[in-house]
Design a protein around this ligand. Structure first.
Ligand SMILES: NC(=O)c1ccc[n+]([C@@H]2O[C@H](COP(=O)([O-])OP(=O)(O)OC[C@H]3O[C@@H](n4cnc5c(N)ncnc54)[C@H](OP(=O)(O)O)[C@@H]3O)[C@@H](O)[C@H]2O)c1
Length: 305
């Protein structure tokens, strides 16, 4: 595994993180094996949210921590708040504080290394968010803060009031969901691909030392099937297969290497719950794609101007 110190923090994080969205249906023993395998292969960053499995993902992970109390200090644990079932989104101070208390209790830990605001709240009062962040930081309950699925102006609004830096932005990104790169190719062109869906978030994050954490890297949208070995993505699979054969790794490793090859130092989040798929993904660390190969993957299902 390779590591980088996440900009604006002193967190030495593995270049690939493990996402815990899908572990809720697994037993404590299964999750323990997954987590120990990840740690043994150098993965030290674990992504959660209060809503994953209606809290059960954090519960089962917390059970693993309770069985292995020495592990907590070796891990970077991130959770998210503010998607509020039944109400939509809630960035109120009261709800942020309550959500973090719930995550700490379920995870059986005293602190989160990182807390993200999960999705934008149209009713956000940034002063309230700042108060919540201050309180959590002062009490030592959260060490660093970030966002997810936010555009530059939303982050700027938070930055105007929050004392703590915004260090992470978690966004969907992968070869089948690369609009944050696509738009850069169509500057000043009157074509649909030129539409700026995210306020040039990639450039903004690079300019502001905010680490992008790509989620759902092997699917086009959160709810679609993976494109790997999927006949609906023939061109992409041909390129992935060729490179997987060349580098003697799996297709998921090539996808992950494609993300790691971007100079913005993104930290992809693997969403697998299977030991085999996790180890396949981690092989990406040993693959350095050439510029030509990177573009072969990027252009597999599109034509550039
Ligand atoms: N901020 C946000 O809004 C947001 C949204 C979604 C997700 N996330 C975070 O991002 C993480 C990753 O998202 P995701 O779970 O959608 O990611 P993903 O890595 O795109 O998908 C993982 C799923 O694909 C399956 N899969 C099928 N073929 C696979 C292969 N060859 N290799 C690996 N997995 C394969 C896995 O099954 P197996 O388990 O059987 O391997 C698992 O069910 C989540 O855990 C969560 O932490 C954040």
């Amino acid at each position: 595994m390779e590591y980088y110190t996440l900009p604006q923090t002193n967190l030495k994080a593995s270049k690939i993180a493990l996402g815990c969205m899908r572990i809720a249906s697994k037993s404590v023993e299964e999750v323990e094996e997954l987590v120990l395998t990840a740690l043994n292969h150098g993965v030290n960053f674990f992504d959660h949210a209060d809503i994953y499995g209606a809290g059960q993902s954090e519960v089962v992970f917390g059970e693993v921590l309770a069985r292995n109390p020495n592990l907590r200090e070796t891990m970077i644990i991130q959770s998210k708040c503010a998607i509020r079932p039944g109400i939509c989104f809630d960035f109120s101070k009261e709800y942020i504080l309550k959500s973090v208390e719930g995550s700490l209790e379920r995870l059986q830990t005293d602190y989160l290394d990182v807390l993200l605001l999960h999705r934008p709240d149209a009713l956000m009062d940034p002063k309230e968010v700042a108060e919540a962040f201050n309180e959590l930081y002062e009490l030592g309950k959260v060490h660093y803060f970030g966002v997810s699925n936010q555009k530059p102006s939303q982050i700027e609004l938070l930055k105007k009031y929050c004392k703590q830096p915004i260090v992470i932005n978690q966004l969907q990104f992968g070869p089948a969901h690369a609009s944050m790169i696509d738009q850069g190719f169509y500057v000043n062109m009157e074509v649909p691909t030129a539409i700026d869906y995210d306020g040039a978030i990639l450039d903004y994050c690079m300019l502001n030392d905010i680490t992008i954490q790509p989620w759902s890297t092997i699917r086009e949208t959160l709810n679609s099937e993976t494109f790997i070995d999927n006949p609906e993505y023939p061109e992409l699979n041909v390129v992935l297969e060729t490179l997987a054969t060349k580098y003697k790794v799996s297709k998921v490793a090539i996808v992950t290497a494609w993300i790691l090859r971007h100079p913005s130092n993104m930290q992809p989040i693997a969403g697998t719950t299977s030991i085999k798929n996790l180890l396949d993904t981690l092989d990406a660390i040993n693959v350095s794609l050439t510029r030509e190969e990177w573009y072969q993957i990027y252009t597999a299902n599109k034509v550039l101007p």
